[in-house]
Ligand binder design. Structure first.
Ligand SMILES: [Zn+2]
Length: 79
């Protein structure tokens, strides 16, 4: 699988994602460019903003990625 997911036309490395918004953004500001988008927070204080489908795909990708880290596999390399 890819270590990237696509959000707002950007390939975002899954390991740089800190958290993903559960609800669409709403702040009421007339200048806001992200009303109704889902915020994906990255390391370094950056955020990317995605549609619901992108948000869902990112969550699924992270779950798949973490699911590959089978804790039992580590035991094979121990003496
Ligand atoms: Zn806003």
């Amino acid at each position: 699988m890819s270590i990237f997911c696509t959000i707002d036309d950007k390939h975002v490395p899954l390991y740089r994602i800190l958290w993903i918004a559960a609800i669409p953004h709403f702040c009421g500001s007339p200048d806001c460019q992200h009303e109704g988008d889902y915020e994906v927070r990255l390391e370094g204080g950056e955020s990317v903003w995605g549609a619901q489908a992108e948000r869902d795909a990112a969550i699924e990708a992270i779950e798949l990625w973490q699911g590959e880290l089978d804790p039992d596999e580590d035991n094979d390399s121990l003496p």
